[in-house]
Design a protein around this ligand. Structure first.
Ligand code: UTP
Length: 297
């Protein structure tokens, strides 16, 4: 069984309605946390984990995202001529090797599972990673790297898992837990967005996966799951029914839900405070605004 993972799918074809009107013309994945687009954080995490083939599932209206990965020779020349070395380095960090990116079109927003399935011909019979760029995870070591390290031992399928409060289980795919071993949890079942009070646990699946190619076959079989969309969760749950192992991995790090406005704002503040060039000025501003907010209450 192959346990080396070199291909990653980035489903970026969603409509991003929670960020309207901005997403009328700006793909959500290009929106910036401080000065880096969301997609750049996901790319950096994938590279750190050893991914060499980057497969984007895009859609109509996402051309700004495709343009982002083009080289910018005029800009580079200008920065070089004016000796702006640090900015030039920053620009080059976003360069992608020729031939390392593929774009696939999802012609209709039929859900995450359908978006992943659209990439099936690029996956063949290898295991692959899926990264949702709206889940931004900060930490000592990238979440996908931690998962791939664990996956070398376990094989099978793996999903990133995170504890959430009772009130929030209805917003996630939730794991029915089996045996636990350190950061690993054996997954007995998975339920997509369970009604309040019916969740099998508080362990939620978040947007990092390592999947076996059989998941593509399951996605191909599926009609419509919860909410009229083809759910990735259903295809993974189907693997369990087929007797194939699925592991939950409790990653180390902080996850921000940048698909929601509150999460995006929290990530912006957290990432700005991590930056040595912004920390002081921004920190003073935050203190003053928090003070004013408390005074008004
Ligand atoms: P979301 O559930 O966040 O949906 O998708 P969305 O369309 O991006 O945003 P809202 O809810 O309308 O605000 C989770 C991930 O799955 C991708 C999205 O691009 C995002 O990365 N996705 C979703 C697709 O690629 N295709 C789809 O049909 C649906």
């Amino acid at each position: 069984m192959i346990t080396t993972v070199t291909k990653a799918i980035f489903p970026v074809a969603g409509l991003g309605t929670r960020f309207l009107p901005a997403t009328k013309s700006i793909p959500k994945e290009i929106m910036t946390l401080v000065d880096r687009p969301l997609i750049q954080y996901a790319i950096d995490e994938a590279r750190e984990a050893g991914i060499t083939d980057f497969i984007f599932v895009t859609a109509k209206g996402k051309s700004a995202l495709e343009d982002y990965f083009d080289r910018a020779p005029e800009l580079e020349k200008k920065l070089r001529d004016s000796n702006k070395t640090a900015l030039l380095e920053e620009l080059k960090r976003s360069d992608m090797e020729s031939g390392s990116i593929a774009y696939i079109r999802q012609r209709e927003a039929k859900g995450l599972g359908h978006a992943v399935w659209c990439a099936r011909r690029f996956i063949g019979d290898e295991p692959f990673a899926v990264l949702l760029p709206d889940d931004v995870i900060s930490g000592q070591q990238g979440c996908l790297k931690q998962m791939i390290d664990a996956y070398r031992e376990t094989g099978g399928n793996m999903v990133a898992a995170m504890q959430v409060p009772d009130s929030q289980t209805k917003n996630y795919g939730i794991i029915d837990k089996g045996a636990e071993n350190g950061r690993l949890v054996s997954v007995k079942g998975m339920v997509e967005k369970p009604a309040l009070g019916t969740a099998p646990s508080n362990l939620a699946v978040i947007g990092r996966y390592i999947l076996r190619p059989e998941v593509m076959d399951a996605l191909g079989k599926f009609q419509q799951g919860a909410g009229g969309e083809i759910q990735l969760t259903d295809a993974i749950a189907d693997q369990i029914d087929q007797g194939r192992p699925v592991h939950g991995f409790r990653f180390e790090g902080t996850r921000f839900d940048c698909g929601s406005k509150a999460g995006f704002l929290q990530a912006t503040v957290a990432f700005a405070l991590e930056r040595s060039d912004l920390r002081e000025e921004f920190g003073v501003f935050l203190d003053s605004i928090t003070h004013l907010h408390h005074a008004a209450e």
